[in-house]
Design a protein around this ligand. Structure first.
Ligand code: KDG
Length: 348
């Protein structure tokens, strides 16, 4: 009995000293030493409609890398390709609602939010990519990006989709007359619809994710997209002819949800903006290399690639030259005049 009592005393003393050591002053569980304060990890999701081979995806990978570096790994960019989170219009709606951080649609679907964005849809607006860079990186481009704020979006930068080229499964296109009667998918944008109607096509607006199937099932005869997309999305599997029409240049607009942006510390906003601008410049250069190879890739894959002479291209310009005046009230005469002045300035 005496021996048992001795052991009981030893046990009570032991338990008491452990409690003291844990420094919890009589709580149930001993508390671990408090960790050094670390900044909270942040995830930014970006949605795009193109696949992970696209130059847009590569540009966003660059953005991801720059953001990770500038934030010491605290901010992680996650890219969701192939419209996994929805097509252009759906994801822009999510951004405005504050349920998705970022997306990179073409400028064209922005027409559903603000008609002035249709300025980029005017046929044959930009003479070459050097002028594109000057205009997008200059005051006009920045003004367009800034104008998104009133629609609940923050414009980060432009990336390049490239000059759009028409493809189809029926016959070679060399003249506007060859377009007559073709069922062409367009982006969801009134200027594109009007331009294709003017050329005699039967245009059908449709989200990008439905285009491949529609061509495969022959509910449409053709579509128009840059060589990179036509090649990297394997459109050559369901299309026979491509004409390097270069009929329009619609950039990608990399944007952030304003609702979510406004919750970010200023330092994070600044580093995201800086990384975006840098990635935009990198992506456009990368895109141009891939675009040149893509045209050859299409040929190797069995497509007939038609390169128009300047005279042949002029016929398409002539046929669509009245489109701008049809939309000048929607876009704004001032916006059209502004972009044209910038283009003229940099074309000299
Ligand atoms: O990621 C961008 C795509 O969603 C889309 O904008 C591509 O140019 C495009 C198209 O034809 O819809």
């Amino acid at each position: 009995m005496k021996k048992n009592l001795k052991w009981l005393v030893v046990l009570v003393v032991l338990a008491f000293s452990m409690t003291l050591l844990a420094g919890c002053g009589g709580g149930d569980k001993p508390k671990a030493a408090a960790p050094a304060p670390t900044a909270e990890k942040k995830i930014i999701r970006v949605s795009i409609g193109l696949n992970d081979a696209s130059p847009e995806y590569k540009g966003l990978e660059k953005f991801k890398e720059l953001v990770a570096k500038a934030s010491n790994g605290r901010i992680e960019v996650q890219i969701f390709p192939s419209a996994q989170l929805g097509d252009d219009i759906k994801t822009m709606t999510a951004l405005r609602a504050g349920t998705l951080e970022m997306s990179g649609p073409s400028s064209s679907p922005l027409a559903s939010i603000n008609k002035k964005w249709m300025v980029f849809d005017l046929p044959f607006l930009f003479p070459n990519e050097q002028v594109v860079d000057k205009v997008l990186d200059g005051p006009f481009g920045q003004k367009m990006l800034d104008s998104l704020q009133s629609s609940g979006l923050v414009g980060i930068c432009f990336m390049e989709n490239g000059y759009r080229q028409v493809t189809n499964s029926k016959h070679e296109i060399k003249t506007p007359a060859d377009i007559k009667g073709l069922k062409i998918r367009t982006m969801e944008n009134p200027v594109h619809l009007a331009a294709w109607r003017t050329l005699g096509a039967n245009p059908t607006p449709m989200p990008f994710s439905e285009v491949f199937n529609a061509m495969q099932q022959k509910t449409i005869d053709g579509q128009e997209n840059p060589n990179t997309t036509n090649f990297l999305q394997k459109f050559y599997e369901v299309q026979k002819y491509t004409t390097l029409s270069k009929h329009v240049y619609t950039p990608f607009v990399i944007m952030y949800s304003k609702k979510m942006w406004d919750t970010l510390p200023k330092a994070d906003q600044d580093l995201i903006m800086k990384a975006g601008k840098e990635a935009g410049v990198w992506q456009r250069e990368y895109n141009r290399k891939v675009d040149a190879e893509a045209a050859q890739g299409l040929e190797k894959a069995g497509m007939v690639v038609t390169r128009l002479t300047p005279e042949q291209q002029k016929a398409f310009m002539e046929a669509t030259k009245n489109i701008a005046s049809q939309f000048e009230n929607d876009i704004g005469k001032d916006v059209i005049a502004d972009v044209r002045a910038e283009i003229a300035k940099h074309s000299k």
